[in-house]
Design a protein around this ligand. Structure first.
Ligand SMILES: [Zn+2]
Length: 65
């Protein structure tokens, strides 16, 4: 279940995952296109930035002597 703000309902609407129309992973985060029960499409941006754009944590594999 996910909660969106529908401009047609003018309120928060609780939708099931079945209402998700598309899910895109962009450099600005996850962009989700959801269709409300009333037919209104709402675009939600969620999640963090892609991990791929962040440098991997550096780790020393061997202890320095
Ligand atoms: Zn609605």
């Amino acid at each position: 279940m996910l909660s969106i703000h529908c401009p047609t309902h003018k309120s928060e609407v609780l939708l099931t995952e079945r209402r998700i129309r598309s899910l895109r992973n962009t450099e600005h985060g996850i962009v989700m296109d959801v269709e409300c029960y009333c037919g209104t499409h709402v675009t939600i941006r969620t999640g963090r930035k892609r991990y791929a754009s962040e440098p991997a944590p550096s780790r020393d594999p061997v202890l320095a002597s």
